[in-house]
Write a protein that binds this ligand. Structure first.
Ligand code: AMP
Length: 470
């Protein structure tokens, strides 16, 4: 048993106003990343947090940041802390966290993201804010207009640094860090540590403490994921089939391309489902309105691009369906991380056409585990290399309801091992692979009887350019 389980929020050195807000959020005990990172941040160390979303990483930097900022005040145009986020959604989510945990403190915050009016942002900046939460592009925009001075930043957070790299933001981030003068505390969070992010950390962080929960790029253990192999032109039907047969009442459906979103959405709409789209072409206000409707349960299905893959935190998300296999294997980890959050179980389905097998192989290489295959009813049986496919009509092995066992959120989100190591000695955690592969219930046999006579055409070899499930 890990000793972090015995640590209480009260032991972390946080002030009563923050503890009260945490209690009201219903948190029983800190998650491993919180238990490890909060004392280090309060000791004013630079920290590298290797943790994926869903581990409680946002509170692990917002809570100590609130504590540090609670003494002192921001001056006009001189914010005291800056949180850089790769996407507007993540920035918005972090701002919400800041408001929730900081409700008994009198700190001010400005959210600087693209797609929203600049007037209100400008008024806030002129008044002076304690915390800036921003996407890199919008922040530089304000800086170049002379509306913010970055010399007063005491704490800088670079959140989801691997995503910053994927989205081509690292040069902007480097520029921003270079603009921040003097001694600052830098906290860098990333689900994975590609070499470019490691270089950024080496360049800008001073003697960082590395706090790692779960090996990089492991999928959350609260998610049961399967692959459904289909022909590319059968995906829309397969999608509906999964929703109906698996009894999915709410899900995000991820598409790789914006151009597919309309067709998928119409297909679900025609089947009578309450569905909306979410992608980068929509105005920020529209995106937020859709997310609010989804959270309130006014719509049940969201057809989205990867703008929804990171940071989106909707606790009650029973399933994620990948209409396409993500091209970037790390996106898989993030997409399916939208379900199985805050200790609940989640299910993830990935529709994979034959031409997408290589992307699937990349994902399995990254996550170091085979994803079980779920056979479509009537699909031709083939050797899949991941054990016997699970037939769809049989219920997918249902996970145990965690909530009923009253398992604490920290235990539920806790990866099997946690390590705190100085940057020199890294100890990758040894997560068992393959532990979640689905059991192999009996295939539901479809029996076609021809008696003694086999029609001639069945004996002819048929060239099949790509596998199609019939
Ligand atoms: P994050 O990893 O920051 O995206 O957080 C994932 C989810 O865990 C969010 O819904 C948080 O509200 C929730 N959460 C954060 N800390 C705790 C905690 N100590 N106990 C229970 N839930 C938490």
């Amino acid at each position: 048993m890990n000793e972090t389980h015995t640590i209480r929020f009260e032991d972390l050195g946080l002030r009563e106003e923050i503890l009260r807000a945490v209690r009201e959020s219903g948190y029983v005990e800190p998650t491993p990343i919180q238990a490890r990172a909060i004392p280090e941040i309060l000791a004013r160390k630079d920290v590298i947090g290797i943790a994926q979303t869903g581990t409680g990483k946002t509170a692990s930097f917002v809570l100590p940041m609130l504590q540090i900022l609670s003494s002192g005040r921001g001056r006009a145009r001189m914010p005291r802390s800056l949180i850089l986020s790769p996407t507007r959604e993540l920035a918005t989510q972090t701002a919400r966290n800041f408001e929730i945990y900081g409700k008994y403190l009198h700190l001010s915050m400005a959210l600087l993201i693209g797609g929203v009016g600049m007037g209100a942002q400008e008024r806030l900046l002129d008044k002076g804010v304690d915390v800036l939460i921003a996407t890199p592009g919008r922040l530089l925009d304000w800086y170049e207009r002379g509306k913010i001075l970055l010399g007063g930043i005491e704490i800088l957070v670079i959140d989801e640094a691997d995503r910053m790299f994927d989205m081509g933001f690292l040069p902007d981030v480097e520029r921003i860090v270079s603009l921040i003068l003097g001694r600052r505390q830098t906290l860098l969070f990333s689900a994975t540590m590609p070499p470019e992010v490691r270089r950024l950390a080496d360049r800008f962080l001073v003697n960082p403490v590395e706090v790692q929960v779960a090996r990089p790029a492991t999928t959350a253990e609260t998610v049961d994921d399967v692959v459904v192999e289909v022909g590319a032109d059968e995906k829309k039907d397969a999608l509906l089939e999964i929703i109906e047969r698996e009894g999915i009442t709410k899900a995000i459906v991820f598409c790789n391309r914006k151009r597919d979103i309309g067709a998928v959405m119409r297909h679900l709409h025609r089947a009578g489902l309450k569905v909306r789209d979410l992608h980068g072409d929509l105005e920020q206000s529209q995106r937020q309105a859709t997310l609010d409707q989804f959270t309130r349960g006014e719509i049940d299905f969201l057809v989205a691009t990867d703008v929804a893959a990171r940071g989106l935190d909707i606790t009650d998300m029973p399933a994620v369906i990948n209409f396409d296999v993500p091209l970037n294997p790390e996106d898989y980890v993030h997409r399916i991380g939208r379900t199985g959050r805050a200790g609940r179980r989640g299910r993830a389905f990935t529709l994979a056409a034959p031409e997408e097998q290589r992307f699937l192989a990349n994902i399995e290489k990254l996550t170091k585990r085979k994803i079980p295959r779920l056979a479509r009813v009537g699909a031709r049986e083939e050797e899949k290399g991941a054990g016997e496919p699970v037939p769809m009509r049989q219920p997918v092995p249902r996970p145990v309801e965690v909530g009923r066992r009253r398992r604490s959120a920290a235990a539920a989100t806790a990866p099997r091992e946690t390590s705190v190591v100085r940057s020199a000695q890294k100890t990758p955690s040894a997560r068992k692979t393959g532990a979640r592969s689905a059991s192999a219930p009996q295939r539901e046999a479809q029996v076609l009887a021809f008696g003694e006579h086999v029609p001639r055409f069945l004996a002819n070899p048929v060239p099949v350019p790509m596998r199609k499930a019939s």
